[in-house]
Every structure is written in structure tokens, then in C-alpha cells.
Design a protein around this ligand. Structure first.
Ligand SMILES: Nc1ncnc2c1ncn2[C@@H]1O[C@H](COP(=O)(O)OP(=O)(O)OP(=O)(O)O)[C@@H](O)[C@H]1O
Ligand SMILES: [Mg+2]
Length: 470
């Protein structure tokens, strides 16, 4: 179902929402305005007519007697309605015309509601189109009873054409509609401008994102506005940079791996070929050659293991199998294992390992960490090398410190050495994976690995592992 959703651009959405909202509100306002103006004019007209009629009926009821009724109209015209453009009628008790200044035949019976109401003693108004032929326009009529001694003897009715008022109202309506139209045009233009400020940068971002998807990471987006789209542009730029950086690291990694693999393989192959030669009979030399082959194979398998670890850790599949680990024993074993290499490289291994509590950990993984760290120390040391290994219990933690007086790490590199593939000196042996794997293993143990280093003086790695309470 969702797939069938019709594509609607942000622009058309913004414009139509604006358009509909403004159209509805402004039309309602216009209508309201027109209704109240119309009501005002009609009411004013009604008041004027009523006042005049009431005044005249009061006047005549005071100064007339029954017999004078037929004379009333002459006076009426002159005195009360001379300044109003109205028609005056006098009707008898049955609603028949007695006199009319537009010439309706006397005796015609009129059936308008205002007349009927006047005959039951009420001043009443009627608005509408009169039947009969004398006018086809809308009129307003007001009728009032003419009473003598509280007997209704006739009805005085004034009729006014609504032409003028309706024409005026028509003009006002036209004005209101024009304003509504102008406002709608203006808001449509404005919403067009606003939506352009959104959609244009979005389009740019989309195009650049498409380029990036096609592998062009060199494009950068300029940030036009300080808004969500601007942030998006920034994020995209950042992403492209990161991808570029990763790409570079990956390439370096591949070449360094290839190099790492090539060296032992060449040596193994070389010695194997030599061993096969018939002339090569010296047993001593044979032994040496085999030693080299074994050693190089070990190096290869170490390298492959590291790669496997890395891929596990990159896909977050690395797990630790917890068991009781005696750190003291573990470290002493490792030192024993590493001493020949230390001796070969003329390095001093000093250790100070106290009795520490048993911890819960993965023995093989922890061994891997310490070997990695010692390997680093031995690798990045120059002469008169000294490596201190210390382990002690402190505040519920087993703290292991490996400290060397090697070349150290510059401040600007310190934050990066834990990143995968990062090597300060790319020409050195190694893949730049050791520290990132160590860090990962230690954090899988819930511990911490901190590096303190001073360039030219040495490096200290501090590992803290929690002592389990049980
Ligand atoms: N003890 C140290 N003294 C000086 N520099 C170090 C030390 N340990 C690590 N470094 C620096 O940090 C970088 C990253 O170390 P890491 O162990 O992750 O990689 P590597 O030793 O180069 O390769 P790998 O461990 O994968 O064989 C090293 O290349 C080195 O530049
Ligand atoms: Mg290393």
C-alpha cells in the first residue's frame, strides 16, 4: 500500500498547505466582515424608517379625530418624509390601500407581513422583493398602526428601495474579494519563495549524495543556511571525509598486509627450494633452514590469527569465555616466553608482580593482550631498552602496568594509536591492529586500557581489570 504513495514534492506541499489555510481564513474573515457591514446598513435603514413612522403615527393619533384620516396623507408627505426618498402608503383596517404616493389603485389589498403585524398593533419591518409590478428591486417596508383612542384606524407604511444600500454593499463585497485575492497571491508567492529556500539546498544535497554514492567523495557541499539542511550538508561532508580516510587506511592496510605476508613466504619458499637441492647436504645448515621455515610459518600464522581476530572484532563477533585467571601466573609465563627475544635484542625485562586476586577473564585473550603490548614495547625501543612490568591490586581492581623507555608517542598521535590500522611510522612492521584489538578485548572484560606517553621518553600502558566479588 505504502509503495503506492503518490510522490508530492515539499514545494507543492508547502504551497498547497499555505494556500488552503490562507484561503479558508481570509475568506471566512471577508464573509464575516461583509455580513456585519450588511447587517449594519440594513439596521440603520430600518431604524431611520421606524423612527419616522413611529413619529408620524404618534403625531397623528394625538391631533386627529376619526374623520380626518383621509387627509392625513397630504400632511404626511410634506411633514415627515419630504427629505427621505421613500414611498408612503396609508392602508385601512383590512389592509387595503387608501392612498399611495406611487399610484397603486386604492382598494388593492396588500398581504405583506409588516402590514399584518401593524394591524395587530406592532411596528413591523419586511425586507424582500415586492410582488406586483411596481418595482422589481428589493425593498424595505415598515408599517405602524395609526391609533385614535387606542383603536387602530389605519396603517401607515413607508417603503424604501434597497437599491442604494445593495449597490454600496456590492462595492464593499468587491473590495473584500479583491483584498482576499491579493492576499492569496502574495502568500502564494511568499510560500513559493520559502519552499525554494528549503528545496533548493535539499536538491543540492541530494545531488552531492548521489555523487558520493557513485564513489565521488571529493565533492564538498557549501552550507547555505544555518538550519537542518545545513547540518545535513555538514554531516554529508564529514561522512565523505571519513569514507575517504577509511578508504586510504584500507589501501594502506592491504599493501602492508601483502608486504607482511610476502616476506615470510619468500623466505619459506627460498629455504624450501634450497633444501630440495641435492648438493645441500650439510646437516647443520639443514637444521637451521628448517628452523627458519618453522619460525616464519609461526609468524605467518600469527599474522593470520590477528587478521581473523580483527575481522571478528570488526563484525563485533568477538567473544570472551570467562574463567578463573591468575594474572600473576599468566604474566610470569609470558615473561618467560618473551625473555629469549628480550635477550636477543639486548633489552632488560624488569618485573614487580605482587600476589593479586583471581579474576574472571579469558586467559587466551588476556595473554594475547600482554604479548601484544610487550611486542610493541620491544618494537618501539632503541637502545638500552628497559621494560617494566608491574601488577598489583588497587581499590578492587587488578592493575597491570607495562612501561618502556622507548621512542614514545607524540601527543597528536596518542589519541589515534588505538584506532585500527593506525601506525605512527608506516614503514615499521605491523598492521596497526594490535592496540585496537587489545582495547577491544579489555573492554569486553569490562576493564580499561590507558596509554600515557612522552615522545622521546617512553610509553606506559595501564590496564585495569575488575576483581569479581564472588
Ligand atoms: N610502546 C610503544 N612505544 C611507542 N609507540 C608505540 C608503542 N605502542 C604502540 N605504538 C604506536 O602505536 C601504533 C599502533 O600500535 P599497534 O600495536 O596498534 O600496531 P602495530 O604494533 O604497528 O601493529 P600490530 O600490533 O598490528 O602488529 C604503532 O604503530 C606505534 O606507532
Ligand atoms: Mg602492536
Amino acid at each position: 500500500m505504502n509503495k503506492l504513495k503518490r510522490f508530492r514534492s515539499i514545494k507543492s506541499r508547502i504551497i498547497s498547505y499555505y494556500f488552503i489555510t490562507i484561503l479558508i481564513t481570509i475568506s471566512l474573515l471577508g464573509l464575516l466582515l461583509w455580513i456585519s457591514v450588511r447587517g449594519y446598513y440594513y439596521k440603520a435603514m430600518e431604524t431611520i424608517l421606524k423612527d419616522q413612522v413611529n413619529l408620524s403615527t404618534k403625531f397623528y393619533s394625538k391631533y386627529l379625530n376619526d374623520s380626518d384620516v383621509k387627509r392625513v396623507y397630504e400632511d404626511l408627505e410634506e411633514n415627515f418624509f419630504s427629505n427621505l426618498d421613500v414611498q408612503v402608503q396609508i392602508l385601512d383596517k383590512e389592509g387595503r390601500v387608501i392612498w399611495d404616493d406611487l399610484g397603486i389603485i386604492p382598494g388593492t389589498k396588500l398581504e405583506y407581513i409588516d402590514i399584518k403585524k401593524a394591524l395587530v398593533d406592532e411596528t413591523a419591518v419586511w425586507v424582500g422583493k415586492p410582488d406586483g409590478s411596481y418595482s422589481s428591486n428589493k425593498i424595505m417596508s415598515v408599517s405602524a398602526p395609526l391609533k385614535i383612542d387606542s383603536n387602530i384606524i389605519a396603517v401607515i407604511r413607508v417603503v424604501s428601495s434597497m437599491d442604494m444600500v445593495d449597490k454600496l454593499l456590492g462595492r464593499i463585497a468587491f473590495l473584500i474579494i479583491s483584498i482576499v485575492f491579493i492576499v492569496i497571491v502574495i502568500t502564494t508567492i511568499l510560500s513559493l519563495i520559502i519552499s525554494n529556500t528549503i528545496t533548493k539546498p535539499l536538491k543540492k544535497v541530494t545531488n552531492v549524495a548521489k555523487d558520493m554514492a557513485n564513489g565521488k567523495y571529493d565533492v564538498t557541499l557549501e552550507k547555505i543556511y544555518e538550519d537542518e539542511v545545513g547540518t545535513m550538508a555538514e554531516t554529508l561532508n564529514y561522512m565523505a571525509q571519513e569514507i575517504k580516510k577509511n578508504e586510504k587506511l584500507k589501501n594502506e592496510f592491504i599493501s602492508s598486509i601483502s608486504h607482511e605476508l610476502k616476506t615470510p613466504l619468500t623466505s619459506i619458499k627460498g629455504w624450501a627450494v634450497t633444501l630440495k637441492l641435492k648438493e645441500f647436504t650439510d646437516l647443520n645448515q639443514r637444521e637451521k633452514a628448517l628452523d627458519i621455515i618453522i619460525q616464519e610459518s609461526k609468524r605467518l600464522s600469527l599474522l593470520v590469527n590477528e587478521l581473523l581476530d580483527f575481522s571478528k572484532f570488526a563484525s563485533s563477533k568477538m567473544k570472551v569465555n570467562l574463567e578463573d585467571v591468575n594474572i600473576e601466573e599468566l604474566l610470569k609465563d609470558i615473561i618467560l616466553e618473551m625473555s629469549p627475544r628480550a635477550k636477543r635484542n639486548d633489552l632488560e625485562l624488569i618485573y614487580e608482580i605482587s600476589r593479586v586476586p583471581i579474576i574472571q577473564g579469558d586467559k587466551n585473550r588476556l595473554k594475547q593482550v600482554f604479548i601484544n603490548l610487550l611486542d610493541n614495547s620491544m618494537k618501539f625501543i632503541e637502545r638500552q631498552g628497559r621494560i617494566h612490568i608491574k601488577a598489583e591490586e588497587k581499590d578492587g581492581f587488578v592493575v597491570i602496568i607495562i612501561k618502556d623507555n622507548g621512542i614514545g608517542i607524540k601527543v597528536e598521535d596518542l589519541s589515534k594509536v588505538k584506532q585500527k590500522f593506525y601506525k605512527v611510522d608506516p614503514s615499521k612492521h605491523g598492521n596497526g591492529l594490535g592496540l585496537s584489538i587489545c582495547d577491544e578485548i579489555i573492554s569486553l572484560h569490562g576493564g580499561s586500557l590507558d596509554i600515557v606517553s612522552k615522545y622521546g621518553e617512553g610509553t606506559e600502558i595501564k590496564i585495569k581489570l575488575k576483581v569479581s566479588n564472588s
